[in-house]
Design a protein. Sequence first.
Length: 97
Amino acid sequence: MTEIINISDKNRFEYRVDNHTAAADYILTKDGHIVLTHTEVPKSMGGQGIGSKLAKVAFSYAKENKLKVMPLCPFMASFVRRHRDEYESILAPGFNV
């Protein structure tokens, strides 16, 4: 399995296979939040759970770095709804999905 890497200078997590790249973009705020802005998985990589893998890495990164999450990306918000018990505690205060 190819590893998901955090390209911190681009503010994105990437998963690359051959010439295809899936990515989850984010913004780190000065007040300790990670804003998940966009997730994109090319059609050629679809149906393999790659979006969920990107989400798990992003949320693990947030937990490890004691960041509160703001999932503005519809996919990331949907991921939180499906895994509410595991990730609701790290949502930014007042942020509802």
